[in-house]
Design a protein around this ligand. Structure first.
Ligand code: HEC
Ligand code: HEC
Length: 587
């Protein structure tokens, strides 16, 4: 054995100039403003292609990074103390925390060629490979059970070297979170990796999830823009495998893209269908064995009212119930601007209803948001209007998402709630009504009864949060707490469904498009496009330019009977579009 005690010229604290250390600095000091959803000045510090892309006109080209030439690299020139000296942005925590050593390291890293950490290349997995794995799996289980087996694929992402291993973890975690947020079963059900697919395909059992009722799978397929059938293709092996998988599972299309599913199933109408969310608050109360108004009259609610909310410009009231059907039930009362009886400090004892003895002190509200616990500890959500009728999205003058993280300020039931309520309950609200001395007598007594002290309220909201986090840990922990992240707290990870939404909404590169079609090499797709007038007519010409253009996800998915993706696949004779019967799945 050779022992090596290595000395370097660096000081004890200076980190080595490695791709890992350089990208770590970029992640910690720049990424918040220049990466992911935020790309100030068009800069994405963790994307090599973005960094080295030529900008400006051809007479004075410039790039954020010119490998080997730190002085010509904008990214280095703008660092504090450098030529232009204004990054990280003045006043940001990053500016305060970034050290001279870190700046030096970035400079040396660019001088050494700006190499990114090597991605261990993943093997290409073909449509035939996954079909074979599915067929083998179906053969390995009891014939009776096969009809409920379905598959979710990440193969198009696994095959794409632009998708990091870390991103793949978020995709898997998001699938698990979506599935477990869409079932009323007691158990937590993890999607199982399909052997032979390098964790790029996952198996679910419709029966275990309670999704084997009312043609739910067909309802899902009814929205699916990527369905292809392989009954009439030339490849005999693939054709036979497809037929077997279809026959054993009994499904017209037995597998779906997982990223599409995560986004679509967590939004109405599928969100409401899969979770069986009723059309009115009253029906929901009946299901959960809860009577909101009785609880109010009996003083069995805990409320907090406050003027400043994270989602509403008006004042807001939160109310918590316990019920036989769920460990907790939270509802908000939200108001339109300038609502006559919308001032909670004067009208804290609403809503108005026939037997409310406090109707003179009762507010009149315009909508509400409801959260309750699913039997497996995850959460279900509902949005209602002022009359308690279920709605799909919140009117933005009542509630809105200022971060517009899903590309819209509208709060959409399901996905928006899942994203913001990443840790279940949000604990940062403080009641202001218990202290207010606006009422006297019996109304005041009732206020004291149903508006508990801050401490008491914080205890319950934290306890409900714990309950959720315990389940979340089991649902996403196995997919996220891997490698360096094994010891991180589950609440410290980004919210996976929102992360997938963000990645999904990015424009398609030519490579991503090829892989979504199951074509391994982008050049092959490009050659086919160039040779096919119809494909050029679809507007795919930009994909063969140098450098290739990109395509909007909406355009790729737009359905006019069939989606653009299906049209392209069918032009290339890669499969026939699956077009759902129009009535399928409509409840
Ligand atoms: C708190 C947010 C924030 C952080 C952190 C931050 N930046 Fe910026 N950066 C901005 C904004 C905003 C702009 C665009 C406005 C401007 O030019 O002042 C910008 C612009 C830039 C530009 C473009 C300059 C140009 O003229 O085109 C570069 C390069 C840049 N930043 C590099 C970095 C690097 C490298 C880091 C990390 C070491 C970093 N930034 C950290 C907010 C930030
Ligand atoms: C933009 C982020 C955001 C979105 C989207 C969002 N919420 Fe919230 N929610 C909050 C914040 C912040 C609070 C804490 C109280 C406040 O600021 O009003 C909260 C509090 C609540 C509460 C009180 C219990 C608690 O956790 O504090 C309920 C109930 C609620 N939201 C329901 C929903 C439902 C249902 C949806 C989806 C239709 C939703 N929320 C979407 C940010 C959001």
């Amino acid at each position: 054995m050779v022992l090596c005690i290595c000395f370097t010229t660096h000081s004890a604290y200076a980190a080595e100039v490695t791709p890992e250390n350089a990208t770590k600095i970029l992640r910690e000091r720049c990424y918040r403003c220049h990466g992911g959803a935020a790309k100030e000045a068009g800069l994405d510090v963790l994307s090599l292609s973005n960094l080295i892309e030529q900008r400006g006109d051809s007479s004075s080209p410039s790039a954020f990074v010119v490998p080997g030439k730190p002085d010509e690299s904008k990214l280095i020139r703008v660092l504090k103390g450098g030529e232009e000296s204004y990054m990280p942005d003045e006043g940001s925590p990053e500016a305060k925390e970034m050290t001279q050593e870190e700046k030096d390291l970035l400079r040396e890293w660019v001088a050494a060629g700006a190499l990114f950490p090597e991605v261990k290349s993943r093997r290409f997995i073909s449509e035939t490979d996954i079909l074979k794995a599915m067929r083998d799996y179906l053969l390995s289980i009891k014939a009776d059970d096969r009809g409920n087996i379905r598959f979710y694929t990440f193969t198009h992402l696994h095959n794409n070297p632009d998708v990091s291993d870390l991103d793949l973890r978020y995709y898997r975690a998001a699938l698990s979170k979506a599935i477990n947020s869409l079932t009323k079963e007691r158990e937590i059900i993890l999607p199982i990796a399909l052997p032979g697919t390098d964790e790029s395909v996952y198996v679910i059992d419709l029966h275990r999830l309670g999704w084997d009722r009312r043609h739910l799978w067909e309802s899902i397929l009814g929205k699916y823009p990527y369905g292809l059938k392989f009954d009439f293709i030339r490849d005999e092996t693939q054709k036979q495998l497809w037929k077997d998988v279809v026959q054993f599972s009994g499904a017209e299309v037995p597998y779906l893209r997982a990223d599409w599913f995560v986004l679509t199933a967590t939004q109405p109408p599928l969100y409401h269908q899969l979770l069986d969310i009723p059309e009115t608050l009253m029906e929901l109360e009946a299901e959960l064995n809860l009577n909101i108004l009785d609880n109010f009259l009996e003083g069995k609610v805990a409320r907090s009212g406050y003027a400043k909310s994270g989602v509403s410009k008006q004042n807001r009231l939160l109310e918590r119930h316990e019920a036989p059907g769920t460990p907790y039930f939270w509802i908000s009362y939200d108001f339109l601007p300038r609502r006559a009886k919308g001032d909670l400090s004067r009208f804290p004892l609403g809503p108005q209803f026939e037997h409310n003895p406090f109707n003179n002190q009762a507010f009149d509200h315009d909508g509400g948001e409801v959260i309750w616990s699913l039997p497996n500890g995850m959460q279900a959500y509902m949005l209602v209007d002022g009359k308690g009728a279920r709605i799909d999205a919140g009117p933005i003058d009542v509630v809105f998402d200022r971060s517009a993280v899903l590309g819209t300020p509208k709060i959409i039931n399901g996905i928006s709630c899942i994203y913001c309520h990443r840790n279940g309950m949000i604990t940062d609200f403080r009641d202001e009504l218990r202290q207010a001395e606006t009422l006297g007598g019996a109304p005041r007594d009732h206020v004291l009864k149903i508006y508990p002290t801050d401490d008491a309220m914080q205890r319950v909201v934290k306890q409900d949060q714990e309950l959720f986090l315990r389940s979340l840990e089991k649902v996403v922990g196995p997919f996220l707490k891997v490698g360096d992240d094994a010891k991180k707290l589950i609440s410290e990870f980004p919210e996976p469904v929102g992360k997938v939404a963000e990645m999904y909404s990015r424009d398609l590169t030519a490579r991503a498009m090829a892989l979504e079609l199951g074509v391994e090499k982008v050049e092959i797709l490009q050659a086919k496009i160039d040779a096919n007038r119809d494909l050029l007519r679809f507007g795919l010409g930009t994909m063969t330019q140098d450098p290739p253009g990109t395509l909007k996800r909406e355009k790729w998915e737009t359905q006019d009977g069939t989606s653009l993706m299906q049209d392209v696949a069918s032009q290339l004779r890669m499969g026939l579009p699956y077009v759902p019967a129009r009535s399928a799945g409509t409840p």
